[in-house]
Design a protein around this ligand. Structure first.
Ligand SMILES: [Zn+2]
Ligand SMILES: [Zn+2]
Length: 388
């Protein structure tokens, strides 16, 4: 069957599936409904289905011909703890949870590709479709890798995409090397001495000390990191106090840290710890720092990115494919799959009017018009990689 005809026929069902996922969002490692649907759907299409990796992860495997080559394509399935404000008739039925990152669309796209690949059987080798849990927080990709994903399902290369409402509709944005940053989090607690707001001399005010730490943290990227090394230090939360006549006992500062170079990552941690500790000391107080390393940087491999670019240009035309001039400072746990296997991660633009809400916004909704493009591209990429 011709690819476009096969995809057009399946589109009404696929849109319904995507909207059903949207109405039933599930948090990371709890995607039981989504995961069960994915497993049933793949089975019905003739895939060999493995469940239970990283609790709710699913791998669908399909072989054709005698070829020994294999490709892995990943989709993420989890939603976010955000109260939906889209007003859609298929909006989240679970209060406080929503698909605000389009993982409902990513999962539907890969299911659509599964159908096209199974119907056409136009490849020689093995395809592993990897549906991972918990991209947003718990690192489902890393858990799957740690549980032996690539030993059980050997992939010569792995690929993944993310929709991006800030890029023009249908644009492929890719790059060789680093594409997403490493992310870490520091929780700084300033331990003061509370008391009456009218008698500051009897207290040790953690708010004033904390404010000083916030300002001093602004110097880390500006003064300690090489200007050509991308990094971010963002104070995302500052919790302290309750009323104008009370000096609180403690202040808590939560810092998000992004970087690419491992040496820069170490230096950021060293400076943040030192600033927190020394600033507090200068106020006669004490600061404790709980520093947690989260996702590593997502680094694309050259040969696979070249193949991706070539395929995208053939698929969409050169004017719809851009090489990113700089990586994104967001993060992605596909990083851990790319540390084990060569591959490439890219963005697929979904902006039409410029009014689209950004990812993680309560008014965001995945653009269904992107489904046929994603389905056709994954199908072409897999078939090209495993060309007869
Ligand atoms: Zn997200
Ligand atoms: Zn996402």
């Amino acid at each position: 069957m011709k690819l476009s005809a096969s995809i057009d026929n399946a589109m009404p069902e696929l849109v319904a599936i995507r909207r059903d996922f949207h109405a039933h969002p599930e948090l990371g490692l709890a995607e039981t409904r989504t995961s069960a649907f994915v497993a049933r759907h793949l089975e019905a299409l003739g895939f060999e289905v493995t469940t239970g990796l990283a609790k709710t992860g699913v791998v669908g495997t399909l072989s054709c011909g005698t070829g020994s080559r294999s490709i892995g394509i990943r989709a993420d399935m989890d939603a976010l703890p955000i109260a939906e404000e889209t007003g859609l008739d298929y909006a989240s039925k679970t209060p406080g949870l929503m698909h605000a990152c389009g993982h409902d669309g990513h999962t539907a796209m890969l299911l659509g590709a599964a159908r096209a690949l199974a119907e056409r059987k136009n490849f020689n080798g093995t395809i592993h479709l990897i549906f991972q849990p918990a991209e947003e927080n718990a690192g489902g990709a890393k858990i799957m890798v740690d549980e032996g994903l690539f030993e059980r399902f050997p992939c010569d290369a792995v690929f993944a995409l993310h929709n991006e409402p800030n890029l023009p509709f249908g644009q492929f944005a890719l790059c060789d090397g680093p594409i997403m940053a490493a992310v870490d989090e520091a929780r700084i607690t300033v331990h003061g001495r509370g008391g009456h707001g009218a008698e500051p001399q009897e207290t040790a005010d953690p708010i004033v000390c904390g404010a000083s730490i916030v300002m001093a943290l602004q110097t880390v990227v500006a003064r300690n990191i090489h200007p050509m090394d991308p990094s971010v230090v963002t104070v995302g939360a500052f919790h302290a106090g309750s009323a104008s006549n009370i000096i609180p006992e403690r202040a808590e500062i939560v810092v998000g840290i992004r970087s690419f170079d491992p040496a820069v990552r170490d230096e950021l941690e060293r400076r943040i710890r030192m600033i927190a500790k020394s600033q507090a000391q200068s106020f006669g107080m004490r600061a404790t720092v709980d520093y947690e390393r989260s996702y590593d940087a997502t680094v694309n491999h050259k040969a696979e990115t070249d193949f991706l670019r070539e395929t995208a240009i053939r698929f969409a035309g050169a004017d719809h494919v851009v090489d990113l001039q700089r990586p994104f400072m967001g993060s992605e746990d596909f990083a851990y799959m790319l540390k084990e296997r060569p591959g490439s991660y890219f963005f697929l633009g979904s902006r039409v009017t410029g009014e689209e809400k950004s990812l993680h916004h309560p008014g965001y909704n995945f653009n269904d018009d992107l489904l046929p493009i994603g389905v056709a591209f994954w199908t072409e990429l897999a078939e090209a990689y495993l060309a007869r």
